[in-house]
Design a protein around this ligand. Structure first.
Ligand code: CU
Length: 144
């Protein structure tokens, strides 16, 4: 009987961990920079789609979900309300694509440090993670 309770507890607990964050990272910022970008992979193991509806960090005044779009020859970014993460699928934020824009950062990000980040999902609720700050100029470019 005790064993059965343990099994039930195990499975009900597992139901809460259906959205996972992989490889969250950012880039060191030059002196005086006001913004930084956050990249990560959102993996949704649930049988229903979910949405990233907000984010925040103690290191920035606000965190905005951005997408990058090509307009003619120019890449421009704009804020969106949410990112849709398909059921049993993933959504990737990466240089040149979708990213979280950390606006009015409190101080420059230094390579090697970790920036706390809270992600808010429509169904999965709040998930705490940390952006690993990589060297300035790491993988790809970010144009504004
Ligand atoms: Cu941006």
């Amino acid at each position: 009987m005790r064993f059965l309770f343990f099994i039930m507890f195990f499975f009900s607990g597992a139901a809460f961990a259906q959205v996972e964050i992989e490889n969250p990272w950012s880039r060191a910022t030059p002196p005086g920079a006001k913004v930084a970008a956050g990249y990560l992979l959102i993996r949704n193991k649930a049988a229903a789609a979910d949405k990233l509806i907000g984010a925040s960090s103690p290191m920035a005044a606000r965190v905005e979900p951005h997408v990058t779009e090509k307009q003619g020859d120019v890449l421009r970014m704009r804020e969106v309300k949410s990112y849709e993460v398909p059921a049993k699928g993933s959504f990737e934020l990466k240089p040149g694509g979708a990213h979280l824009m950390l606006v009015d950062i409190k101080r420059p990000f230094k390579a090697g440090e970790k920036v706390p980040l809270v992600l808010r999902f429509q169904k999965a609720g709040e998930i705490n993670t940390e952006l690993e700050v990589k060297a300035l100029g790491a993988t790809g470019t970010h144009s504004h």
